[in-house]
Design a protein around this ligand. Structure first.
Ligand SMILES: Nc1nc2c(c(=O)[nH]1)N[C@H]1C(S)=C(S)[C@@H](COP(=O)(O)OP(=O)(O)OC[C@H]3O[C@@H](n4cnc5c(N)ncnc54)[C@H](O)[C@@H]3O)O[C@H]1N2
Ligand code: MOO
Length: 452
């Protein structure tokens, strides 16, 4: 389907084309090892095996004495081989000495003397008859797993217990599917990071937000770099957006420092004014544009490029809501492709309003669900965040508009609940024929909640 070009002078992709192109242009990042401390939420690319028996030695489960045979026992030095009727002190987790058959808990034994006045250990205290049974209170070697046993299978999404198990198994790192590392280049000399902005200044919405959204979209949020509106700053930031050298810790075998980014997300500078440098910077670096504008609103100036070193650069418009819509349209499929995931589906919701046509462009409208109908949110200007902050999802309104009650394509927010499942056939609203203006049904819908 070809839509008319969006505002401006260049042919843009449709919303659907842009999503698909962002997904198709990237290949999954190959698997690689990560240290256990970075493995949470990662997907195992290969089975994780026990490096050695677990536990790898027989140990005591109690504080007390390792004993051989029945009492009374003559005490010997800890760690030495025990002959029958010998015992030696041991603590929980201690290595069971050769010859030991069981562990007597400290509360079940007493030190006393034999007929010759020599010190011996005898049953006493809370000891039960027959205590200790053979093997009692000994954690046998390999009782959890034998060396080489598969503990976690490929495909497992690692939770904290999996990571602890891998550590217990003697692993320092695990092989996981690739996950895109994203760095941020936030531009604009009018942007301030804290306090109340003066006229002409604007509070930065991206710094506190983008990393979190990228993580929700399956990326790893890396460093943020800020530059003003000067072209030289822009280009050197895009060239050198690798971490500063003082982050390098040469003696850390697991690299505390970030590896090169897979994706750089820039904010602002996508327009075509003198201070908007995205396209020129990409061209000067020898990169190529993959998406140059999208026939959608808001977010139409979004750009996606690939640099000669393989990094993708996603240019988000400076307007905060526009940037989010561009990120969900282009960034989400790109990160999914790089991260071994499928292109997210687009669902449908019944529309709670009639939305006029806007030839040539798709509109992305934050909506709230009111009695099961998607009602366009208020406060959704490209520079506003209030509508999105309270939204249940985003409607993808086609250029020809939507009739009241008609099903409209929609997607859930990365931080929100999934869209409600479509209702059964009988109570599913009918798809109204496109472009056919119908009168709004005067059915028994209570709109009072919309005023809330
Ligand atoms: N003549 C035209 N002007 C504009 C067009 C157009 O088609 N023709 N499109 C408008 C649309 S739509 C958008 S979106 C913006 C895109 O602008 P840029 O990507 O070049 O972004 P900037 O100009 O740098 O900033 C736009 C706006 O966003 C604010 N901003 C920037 N960074 C932040 C931040 N970190 N936090 C909050 N707000 C930020 C900035 O102050 C501007 O108000 O172009 C329109 N113009
Ligand atoms: O398309 Mo702009 O991105 O509306 O704010």
């Amino acid at each position: 389907m070809t839509e008319a070009p969006a505002e401006g002078h260049h042919a843009a992709h449709t919303w659907q084309e842009a999503r698909q192109r962002a997904f198709d242009c990237a290949a999954p990042i190959p698997p690689g090892p990560v240290p256990l401390r970075s493995a949470l939420g990662r997907t195992l690319a290969a089975d994780a095996l026990a490096v050695q028996d677990m536990p790898h030695y027989a140990s005591s489960a109690m504080d007390g004495w390792a004993v051989n045979g029945s009492g009374p026992w003559i005490l010997s030095e800890p760690g030495q081989r025990l002959a029958p009727h010998q015992a030696s002190p041991i603590v929980t987790g201690g290595l069971i000495p050769p010859g030991a058959k069981a562990v007597l808990r400290s509360e079940s034994g007493v030190m006393t003397t034999d007929d010759d006045g020599l010190p011996v250990l005898a049953l006493g205290g809370t000891a039960k008859p027959g205590e200790p049974r053979n093997g009692q209170h000994i954690r046998k070697a390999a009782e959890e797993a034998a060396a080489g046993e598969v503990l976690l299978t490929a495909g497992t999404v690692l939770n904290p217990a999996h990571i602890a198990l891998a550590a217990l198994a003697g692993l320092d790192q695990v092989e996981v599917l690739g996950k895109p590392l994203v760095r941020f280049l936030l531009t604009g000399s009018e942007v301030v990071e804290q306090g109340v902005p003066l006229p002409g200044q604007v509070r930065d919405t991206f710094g506190p937000q983008l990393g979190a959204v990228v993580e929700l979209l399956g990326g790893i949020a890396g460093e943020q770099l800020r530059v003003g509106d000067n072209y030289e700053e822009w280009i050197s930031a895009l060239q050198d957006i690798e971490p500063p050298l003082d982050h390098l810790t040469a003696d850390d075998p697991y690299q505390e420092t970030e590896p090169p980014a897979d994706v750089v997300i820039t904010t602002g500078g996508t327009g075509r004014s003198g201070t908007d440098h995205f396209r020129r910077a990409v061209a000067d670096l020898g990169g190529r544009l993959l998406i140059d504008g999208i026939a959608m609103r808001p977010g139409h100036p979004a750009v996606l490029a690939e640099l000669p070193d393989g990094r993708f650069v996603l240019g988000l418009p400076g307007n905060p809501l526009a940037a989010m819509m561009a990120l969900l349209t282009v960034g989400a499929p790109l990160l999914a492709a790089l991260g071994h995931r499928q292109l997210g589906g687009v669902g449908e919701v019944p529309c709670g309003a009639m939305i006029d046509a806007d030839p040539g462009r798709t509109r992305l409208m934050p909506f709230k669900l009111v009695y099961g109908l998607a009602s366009p949110a208020q406060h959704t200007g490209p520079g506003m965040m209030r509508g999105l902050a309270g939204a249940d999802g985003i409607m993808v309104v086609p250029p020809h508009g939507v009739q009241l009650g008609e099903l409209v394509p929609a997607f859930a927010l990365p931080w929100g609940k999934p869209l409600p499942a479509p209702k059964s056939a009988e109570d599913k609203p009918r798809k109204a024929p496109a472009r056919q203006a119908k009168k709004a049904p005067s059915g028994p819908v209570d709109w009072s909640a919309l005023d809330a």
